[in-house]
Design a protein around this ligand. Structure first.
Ligand code: NDP
Length: 393
């Protein structure tokens, strides 16, 4: 039915390729392209159905547009890095194809998560009659859809939203990140920020923490307040919201290593002169750390990501927790990746499927909660990320 071009052959790209290949009735023709073609070929070799592979530097808009034309793709699933977002959006506009990503644009020289740059494409996509779907991963992505679904079916107004992301698994490495180390460390070392009564409140990095009791035997874990990009769109699109926060778990071991790396300057993103060369310490650190895609066979345990919401329904207070639990080893058995890549890649495939089948359509730039949550919630249950909704006292 449709030709699709996946850009990026890292941990997430591998899952997207596997999951698209599992739905041949929608994704009839798949091309996986990335900067390093050998990574695409290695992923293609894991998949029983033939898929095409290609080399592309997505920062080169002409190269990107030529590849889109060559493949005849109807849409691009961008799972390269956030730095590529605007270049790929430009190539999509130039060639007249739809666009989807899982992370908002970040300028390479500034750790800043902000939809401004991509929202500025609204008129151009509208005028071209094209759709750009932003943030179709888990968080952002599924967490936005959980909030939209709760708003549609369970609340007149949601007042408090806490998005809580736990990785209760372990890869056994002294220090490694579960997705791209550069992006992960930029996110975690940034100042925390949450939204309350119409204002953003800023906190020192990792300075606010609580203990949260996770369901289904995971138990209590310490969660840390972070700024996360979905808060920006959700605070605009969920009615009645008074407070919105994002929380994530980190092991003491991860935090210990991160503190030392920060103290010695290894997380800096500005270039430093070293023996006549300019090097960016965080990029150099990335080269030393385990490739997240290599953690698949090593990671055990589960993730639990969900939205805890309080608000009112029919004049009565209501508290609802909607979450997914995902098992690292089960993901590896299915697609040879750990659960962090899996929980991002599956929603990217589902977003693309809804766009290609016309369940989700529109002209312009959309965040996930602006579309009907029902078909997405249904597909999560069918494609490996079943969710649970519980009403709490
Ligand atoms: P990886 O670093 O594992 O993979 C990134 C891939 O992009 C690599 O194959 C890399 O190629 C490729 N790439 C980088 N630059 C270019 C370029 N200029 N042209 C073409 N390809 C390029 O990252 P992940 O797979 O872990 O993450 C992918 C995306 O998913 C990121 O944007 C990340 O922020 C997002 N994400 C979103 C989550 C969510 O829940 N919403 C959660 C986790 C991740 P090469 O190998 O040659 O470097």
């Amino acid at each position: 039915m449709a030709k699709v071009l996946i850009v990026g052959a890292g941990g997430v790209g591998a899952v997207v390729a596997h999951k698209c290949a599992q739905v041949p009735e929608v994704f009839t023709d798949i091309t996986l392209a990335s900067r390093t073609k050998s990574k695409c070929d290695a992923i293609a070799a894991q998949i029983s159905r033939p898929i095409h592979t290609a080399q592309v530097d997505a920062d080169n808009e002409k190269e990107m547009a030529d590849l889109i034309r060559r493949t005849g793709a109807e849409m691009v699933i961008n799972v390269a890095l956030p730095y590529q977002d605007l270049h790929i959006m430009n190539a999509c506009l130039e060639t007249g194809v739809n666009y989807l990503d899982t992370a908002n644009y970040e300028p390479p020289d500034e750790a800043k998560f902000c939809y401004k740059w991509q929202w500025e494409y609204q008129e151009r996509f509208k005028k071209a009659g094209l759709m750009a779907l932003l943030g179709s991963g888990f968080d952002p992505g599924v967490t936005n859809v959980f909030a939209a679904w709760a708003q549609k079916h369970h609340f007149d107004e949601i007042h408090d939203l806490d998005i809580i992301d736990a990785n209760a698994g372990s890869h056994g490495q002294p220090f490694a990140t579960n997705f791209n180390p550069e992006i992960n460390i930029r996110e975690v070392t940034a100042r925390g920020r949450y939204w309350e009564k119409g204002e953003w409140i800023s906190t020192d990095p990792l300075s606010v923490s609580e203990t949260f009791e996770f369901p289904e035997g995971i138990g209590p874990m310490k969660i840390y307040l972070l700024y996360h990009e979905e808060l920006e769109s959700l605070t605009k699109n969920i009615r009645g919201l008074k407070r919105a926060r994002f929380w994530m778990t980190f092991s003491d071991n991860y935090l210990k290593h991160l503190e030392v790396l920060q103290n010695v300057g290894m997380t800096r993103i500005d270039p430093v002169k070293f023996e006549g060369h300019d090097i960016v310490p965080l990029k150099f650190l990335k080269a030393l750390l385990p490739d997240p895609a290599s953690l698949g066979p090593l990671t055990k345990g589960r993730t639990c990501i969900g939205d805890l919401m309080t608000g009112v329904k029919n004049g009565k207070p209501k508290k609802l927790y909607v979450y997914n639990i995902c098992d690292h080893e089960a993901c590896y058995r299915e697609v040879q990746s750990q659960a962090i890549s899996y929980t991002t890649g599956v929603p990217a495939m589902i977003g693309a499927m809804l766009m290609l089948t016309g369940s989700w359509k529109g002209r312009g730039v959309f965040n996930m909660e602006q579309l009907d949550p029902d078909p997405f919630m249904d597909k999560l249950n069918k494609h490996g990320l079943p969710w649970t909704a519980v009403e709490l006292k």
